[in-house]
Design a binder for this molecule. Structure first.
Ligand code: TRP
Length: 331
């Protein structure tokens, strides 16, 4: 039997190169070896977008397109929509007895997000948002996932899942599997402005769907060494986001870029042009594949429907065992 992978994306916007290196490439690499489940986490997206359902709805399709575009093969991976598997919501309720409020409040990712969402949550966070790690534990365990390929920021979620599994198994019998996190190749990718996180709200991301002109414009605005003003000023590549991305996209010429910049032989305009060309070239096959699926909405729909059916079978088998263990299997 193949081992199981579960991972997911919140449909709150298109996916960007942070997702690509943090998680998507790993998914593609692993889909041959593992039984892979890819969840479009619409319920989780609603925890902080409950007032904007249309946005979540529209981005379900976008996120599926992004996954297909990077090479997720629907014959190897199961793509499905979270809300179509109500077993996840049931399981969330059961798990919520096993997690304290203060434990959730200490979850570093949740803590950070609540801080960022001051405007939405004002002086008190919702029950649903504070509890989304519990729901995420349900996402992972309902499929009996062995591995969860995620970005670094998701490690606290996996930790919390493991705790829930241990507690559940100690009370109701050895029913659930403890998952392990698997971090992407590059880990977290910083934004164009140097922010440690790339994101839509920060307006510092390069999306997989971005057209060449857009990429060029964005790279032009990327943060460079503020002390390097004239072409022949000596630069410090470590203070430059353009160099930071060269490290990802321009491996072949990296040594050269560094030496030229440090010795004042490389202007930022040229350096940015070289970078945007490399990014555009790298993303081209992804952009093409994305367009292919975008023009076949019926095919994409079929992929999601078939995936959801398969996911549903797996989830209901787990729920059966869980309810037996919890002694709520009446008839
Ligand atoms: N929390 C993840 C994110 O923000 C998305 C997600 C939801 C997820 N459920 C998951 C990731 C289960 C891995 C496993 O990116």
């Amino acid at each position: 039997m193949k081992k199981i992978i579960l991972t997911g994306d919140r449909p709150t916007g298109q996916l960007h190169i942070g997702h690509l290196f943090g998680s998507l490439l790993k998914r593609v690499e692993l889909q041959d070896q593992y039984d892979s489940y890819i969840m479009v986490a619409d319920v989780q997206a609603l925890t902080d977008n409950f007032n904007n359902p249309q946005k979540v709805r529209d981005n379900v399709f976008e996120v599926v397109l992004d996954n297909l575009a990077v090479g997720i093969d629907p014959n190897k991976s199961t793509i499905f929509i979270q809300s179509m598997i109500p077993e996840i919501a049931e399981l969330t309720i059961f798990y919520s007895n096993l997690v304290t409020v203060s434990r959730l409040q200490r979850n570093p990712t949740v803590k950070e997000e609540i801080k960022q969402k001051k405007e939405l949550f004002k002086d008190s966070v919702t029950f649903g948002f504070l509890g989304y790690p519990v729901s995420q534990a349900a996402d992972i365990t309902v499929f009996g996932a062995d591995l969860v390929p995620v970005g670094e920021d998701q490690l606290p979620m996996i930790e919390q899942t493991k705790e829930i599994v241990k507690k559940f198994n100690s009370i109701y019998g050895n029913i659930l599997k403890e998952p392990e996190a698997l971090i992407g190749s590059v880990g977290r990718v910083k934004g164009l402005d140097g922010n440690t996180k790339m994101g839509k709200s920060l307006n510092n991301a390069i999306y997989l769907a971005d057209e060449p002109e857009i990429i060029e414009q964005k790279v032009k605005k990327a943060l460079t060494d503020t002390k390097k003003i004239k072409i022949d000023d000596k630069g410090n590549p470590n203070d430059c986001m353009v160099y930071y991305y060269h490290k990802i996209f321009s491996q072949d010429n990296l040594r050269n870029i560094e030496t030229e910049c440090k010795s004042g032989k490389r202007g930022c305009v040229h350096c940015k042009k070289e970078l945007s060309e490399n990014i555009i070239k790298y993303l081209e096959p992804i952009r093409e594949k994305r367009k292919y699926y975008q023009n076949k909405p019926e095919l994409v729909r079929e992929i999601i429907e078939n995936g959801t059916k398969k996911a549903k079978i797996m989830a209901s088998e787990t729920l059966k065992k869980v309810k037996e263990g919890m002694k709520i299997n009446y008839f």
